[in-house]
Design a protein around this ligand. Sequence first.
Ligand SMILES: Nc1ncnc2c1ncn2[C@@H]1O[C@H](COP(=O)(O)OP(=O)(O)O)[C@@H](O)[C@H]1O
Ligand SMILES: O=C(O)[C@@H](COP(=O)(O)O)OP(=O)(O)O
Length: 297
Amino acid sequence: MIMVKGKVDGKEYQEPFSKGILARSLTTADMGSKKAYEAATEIELKLIENNINVISITELSEFVADYLRNEDPAIAEKYLKWRTLRKANGPLIILIGGASGVGTSSMAFELANRLGLKNLISTDMIREVMRKIVSKDLSPVIHKSSFNAYESIRIPKLASNPVVEGFRNQVEVVSVGVEAIIERSIKEGISTIIEGVHIVPGFINEELIEKYNIVVFTLTISDPEIHKSRFYSRCRQPWVKRSLQSYLDNFNSIRETQDFIVNQAKLSDSYIIDNVDVTTTIDMMMNDIIDKYGGIK
Ligand SMILES: Nc1ncnc2c1ncn2[C@@H]1O[C@H](COP(=O)(O)OP(=O)(O)O)[C@@H](O)[C@H]1O
Ligand SMILES: O=C(O)[C@@H](COP(=O)(O)O)OP(=O)(O)O
């Protein structure tokens, strides 16, 4: 049995070599899961052929990188970049925002699977907890959806856009919870994905974003008909109990919130991705993360 040795808090440990663990790290480097498992099997055989019984994590990474260079230099490069990210001095916090229905939940789930991240939370859930704690009288705005929050607040007559005013109000409140999750994740050293309509560039503490490994994505759907079809696709799923009609009735307001979110993203350090195709979106997010944090912060 091949043993892999590493060091945690200065203490050495050894664990059996696992093809599954190696295959997962190869999938984060863009290799398909079937090919990743085949590669992990071949790498294990090469280790045995070289009579290697104990290998350090660093030596194993170099061994894998050499193998990948012969297979596909682009994947070798992503693998090495991802390795440097894993050695970063703190957890990776990924924030995925976008108007209702653009795919933030689905893409967050896909990305978490790809990266092997376990900590995934939605801003809807944060808002739901806030609804239990803060009464409708005290903060009516969080007891509404993002796209009809304006119905619950006093809109100044000169407000440029009531829908955006209401949305902003709700985002400001929920952002307090988003920052709490970010700060807790950093304190515990747990990489986390937070997704939802309330992830709006400019509303998250800039110092946090500057200081820690935080990457912000804004998903959009430029084509309104595709956007509308996403609500049909979601509400068709039997376990979804949210009414399709509410989104269709408020579709124009949802598009207005998207325009506001995208404008905010253009003013901030946020990646904007038109979420048309799942694979393209996930590949773009992976590349953006590796490009931004492939080095150590
Ligand atoms: N890139 C995509 N291509 C096709 N369908 C998608 C894509 N992203 C999301 N969807 C589908 O669109 C619907 C809405 O996605 P969801 O993640 O629930 O949106 P949000 O969380 O932003 O409201 C779901 O049925 C989901 O499967
Ligand atoms: O407030 C909102 O816009 C949506 C956000 O959820 P997603 O559509 O982004 O999943 O929550 P809702 O009030 O519909 O339960």
